[in-house]
Ligand binder design. Structure first.
Ligand SMILES: NC(=O)c1ccc[n+]([C@@H]2O[C@H](COP(=O)([O-])OP(=O)(O)OC[C@H]3O[C@@H](n4cnc5c(N)ncnc54)[C@H](O)[C@@H]3O)[C@@H](O)[C@H]2O)c1
Length: 372
């Protein structure tokens, strides 16, 4: 096989933006589409000349696809992923893999039982050269033992008109969360990809603070890691101008990414000549800091993004290339989001892995409250 026959389930904004670039990949043949909203489906069927299905499960069983891309609202990602994997159809789900860690774990059980079927998640920021370089540097020990990570990511400003553009958006029943479930999955995924999931999350959240919505639109969280490192994560959809500032500090130095001030392809790396911890313990000087060296690294613009994810997904199926973002890794960012919401609402730290049943109960309570 030199080409995969791909179906898309969910023909809204993101589904159509994927479709727009399939033609750039000769290993992908777009053959079928599904949407529960007839006019969205009709538009895609007439534009691309593919077979249309109002029922995504019928598309999966149609025999017209080797793989599917799921770009529906998040709650439908797990049931479609499970149906596809069980049918032997490879699946690339949009982020987040699910609304709750419990639902993600259910998909993971099926995926692990069917390792011949590829299950990937569209965390396309992993394919950006600056993030893969930072990961490589951390793994190579460029900053030594991790002490602290921080990300202020408030460039997710959204208007009320955006929230009003889809009835599922920013509701507990339709979306299952706010900025943490829609905008920040990319950031939470990168944090987990770089340093692993934290062992404890403590958060303050603002619910409907800046918009007429049901869910959180502001978060400040403290993260505790197994090795004693600490982290802070700051986000909102209600601040403009926003800030995107990431730094990670180890005893041997610091890496900073600040696309707005350094540019999107620049990594600032300050390397300590000796461990700051060791230096502090051993120096006889009363006022001193360890000598260091500043490096400005420019990474190549390799493109990345959804095209890279399509290529990787097709290559994984056709040639066994390792997935950039295996679906089973998607649970970590979902669990961080769940833990931040629970911590914020219940005003207490949440240990990870969290009590996933308790989170389901909390979420169902929120859904019921807003139905009244
Ligand atoms: N990777 C990214 O950067 C990125 C960017 C935007 C959105 N997304 C993700 O893509 C998904 C869709 O977001 P969107 O902005 O395209 O939303 P959207 O509302 O524009 O599109 C969703 C589509 O799914 C359809 N749909 C709803 N329920 C369905 C069902 N059960 N079966 C089949 N179709 C169904 C809707 O009719 C709609 O056409 C979300 O999970 C979102 O997080 C990812």
């Amino acid at each position: 096989m030199s080409q995969i026959r791909l179906g898309v389930i969910g023909c809204g904004g993101m589904g159509q933006s994927h479709m727009g670039v399939f033609k750039e990949n000769p290993k992908i043949k777009f053959t079928a589409a599904s949407d529960s909203f007839q006019s969205n489906l009709d538009k895609v069927v007439s534009t691309y000349g593919v077979k249309g299905f109002t029922d995504g499960y019928e598309l999966i069983k149609s025999g017209l696809v080797d793989a599917v891309l799921v770009a529906t609202p998040h709650y439908f990602h797990p049931p479609y992923a499970i149906a596809a994997i069980q049918a032997g159809v490879h699946v690339l789900v949009e982020k987040p893999v699910s609304v709750t860690a419990k639902a993600a774990a259910e998909v993971d059980v099926v995926a692990r039982a069917n390792p011949h079927v590829k299950y990937a998640v569209n965390y396309q920021n992993r394919s950006l050269s600056r993030w893969s370089k930072v990961r490589q540097m951390i793994q190579a020990g460029a900053i030594g033992k991790i002490q602290r990570v921080h990300w202020t990511i408030t460039t997710w400003y959204r208007t009320q008109a955006y929230y009003d553009s889809g009835s599922w958006r920013a509701t507990w029943e339709g979306e299952g969360g706010g900025v943490l479930l829609n905008q920040c999955p990319h950031n939470l995924d990168l944090l987990c990809w770089l340093v692993g999931p934290p062992k404890r999350v403590t958060a303050r959240i603002g619910v409907a603070k800046y918009h007429k919505i049901q869910v959180e639109d502001e978060v400040i969280a403290i993260l505790d890691y197994d090795n004693g490192a600490m982290g802070t994560f700051v986000t909102t959809t209600g601040e403009a101008p926003g800030t995107d500032y990431f730094e990670i500090v180890g005893d041997k130095g610091k890496i900073t990414l600040s696309p707005q001030t350094l540019g999107p392809l620049t990594i600032e790396w300050v390397s300590n000549e000796v461990s700051a911890i060791e230096f502090g313990r051993t120096t006889k000087a009363t006022w001193a800091t360890p000598p260091n060296c500043k490096h400005v690294i420019t990474v190549p613009d390799t493109g990345g993004g959804v095209k890279a994810m399509h290529a990787n997904f097709a290559n994984a199926i056709l040639e066994g290339e390792p997935l950039i973002a295996p679906g089973i890794e998607g649970i970590h960012s979902v669990e961080m989001a769940n833990a931040m919401i629970m911590s914020g609402l219940e005003n207490r730290p949440i240990d990870l892995p969290m009590d996933r049943e308790a989170y389901e109960t909390l979420l169902q309570g929120l859904i019921a409250k807003h139905k009244k």
